[in-house]
Write a protein that binds this ligand. Structure first.
Ligand code: ADP
Length: 475
């Protein structure tokens, strides 16, 4: 169990980010320390070298003034005041033979480097070297330099104080590094968890949606960072998907309802006729009604197919020149009787022939659907007018205006959906497919339909069609 959790943690992005952060941070600090360390060592060494050089020059001065005796005297004083371990002073001939040396107990193993003397004599410059004294854990920095004619001085100085400083520096380095790694890990973990907290929320949301809870949404904080934008986009996508699912659900409910009613009627009539009638006339009546209902069903199914094919662009259109003025006038003539039955005043207005390229039969269905709606959704005694004009944006505009029941703002956006009907009780006849077909036809001709409506005041549907519809339609 614990191992499993550890494994999961090891694979988590937060853990890997923390590791990277702590790693990079620690390496940076290590490098900074590393350079500083060598800088300190270099500065300390050049300080010691300067010091030795200065002493050498001082002895050379004493040699000039007081001679060898003066040098010996001062050397003795120096070693006594500095302590035997602090200083080595040796006087040598130019062949390296020792003729005077300070108290040597501490430095007894330090000999004379003939190679250093050779270099001094050839280069004429003081020569430095460092010698370790492992037993004492100490080191010695030595200078060989000439202080008078034929007299070489070997001057050594313990590096113990400098080494103590370097050791203290090393201790500080290890403590600081441990603290830095620890701090970097904690800060890195905190930052990674904070940055990725939104991702966890999104993952939890996805899990709950998979389990069937479609209403849940990813949490969006007020930070407004990339993760918040991702969460907001996912939420937006989920809203859209839910909207589509609801639409599909409603549509299938509507299809089921609209197909069920005629079938129920056919079945009811057949049952009643079979159980109660003995007359041939009743059976004839049943046959006629069944044909009528079946025609309605077939018409509905066919319309659905035509809409789908037209929207998908696979419906063959018979392109030809069509005079929209003539086509609309014929439709108005056709609906005159229906309008008269409802005492609706039906009028037509057009200034001149308006020719476009299109499929006459499809355009007739479109105009008939819009005119049929205008009359059906207008009360007795109302007015319906149809007009054909030049569209303001070019092409032809066919307008259908009524002073009927109108459409609520909430319904306006949905009336072109298949099977959508504003009156859920379906008190009016209709299938909810008329406007979907009209829009599919307008779009197949490169046009569009717009609607303006005011509940209780009436509606105006405007179809705009381009003149060269066949070219757009063939694309
Ligand atoms: P339907 O067969 O129900 O008329 P449509 O697709 O033609 O189907 O229209 C969809 C819905 O739009 C109708 O059910 C109706 O509620 C509303 N509608 C269409 N035209 C009008 C109009 N001229 N006036 C008021 N409502 C309308």
């Amino acid at each position: 169990m614990f191992l499993k959790q550890l494994n999961r943690l090891r694979r988590s992005l937060a853990f890997r980010l923390t590791l990277w952060y702590a790693g990079i941070f620690s390496i940076s600090v290590f490098l900074a320390f590393f350079f500083f360390y060598f800088l300190v060592i270099d500065v300390l060494r050049s300080q010691v070298d300067d010091d030795l050089n200065r002493q050498l020059r001082a002895f050379a001065g004493i040699m000039q003034v007081d001679g060898l005796e003066g040098v010996r005297r001062i050397a003795l004083q120096e070693t006594q005041t500095g302590g035997e371990a602090a200083r080595l002073i040796r006087l040598l001939s130019r062949f390296g033979t020792e003729f005077s040396v300070s108290d040597q107990t501490y430095w007894r193993n330090i000999g004379v480097d003939s190679e250093a003397i050779r270099r001094l004599l050839t280069e004429g410059q003081p020569v430095f070297e460092t010698i370790g004294i492992p037993d004492a854990g100490d080191s010695l920095r030595i200078i060989y330099g000439s202080i008078g004619p034929g007299i070489i001085m070997q001057l050594g100085q313990s590096l113990a104080p400098q080494m103590r400083l370097i050791q203290a520096f090393q201790r500080l380095f290890f403590i600081t590094m441990a603290a830095v790694i620890g701090l970097a890990a904690v800060i890195g973990w905190f930052l990674a968890r904070r940055a990725l907290s939104g991702v966890g929320g999104i993952a939890r949301t996805a899990r709950r949606i998979t389990q069937g809870d479609l209403a849940v949404r990813a949490p969006v904080s007020r930070r407004g960072d990339e993760i918040d934008q991702l969460a907001a986009n996912i939420n937006h996508m989920l809203d859209r998907i839910l909207e589509l699912i609801t639409g599909i659900r409603e549509m299938s409910d509507n299809i089921a309802h609209d197909l069920k009613s005629p079938i129920t009627r056919i079945r009811g009539l057949a049952e009643v006729t079979l159980t109660t009638s003995q007359q041939v006339a009743d059976y004839e009546q049943m046959g006629a009604s069944t044909i009528e209902e079946c025609d309605r069903l077939l018409d509905m199914i066919n319309t659905m197919l035509v809409i789908s094919r037209t929207e998908a662009g696979v419906q063959e259109l018979a392109w030809q020149a069509v005079d929209m003025t003539l086509l609309a006038r014929d439709a108005v003539h056709l609906f005159e009787t229906t309008a008269r039955d409802k005492a609706i005043q039906l009028s037509f207005a057009a200034d001149e022939p308006r020719q476009i390229h299109g499929d006459a039969a499809m355009l007739q269905r479109m105009v008939a659907n819009l005119l049929d709606n205008a009359i059906r959704y207008t009360a007795q005694g109302g007015t319906v007018s149809v007009g054909v004009h030049a569209a303001p944006t070019g092409g032809v505009e066919v307008a259908f205006q009524d002073n009927g029941i109108g459409i609520r703002a909430g319904d306006l956006a949905r009336i072109f959906e298949r099977f959508y009907r504003c009156d859920p009780s379906r008190s009016q006849t209709g299938t909810g497919l008329g406007l979907s077909l009209a829009q599919a036809v307008a779009r197949a001709h490169g046009g569009s339909i717009t609607v303006q409506s005011e509940p209780g005041q009436g509606s105006t549907f405007r179809v705009t069609l381009p003149i060269n519809a066949d070219k757009i339609g063939e694309k």
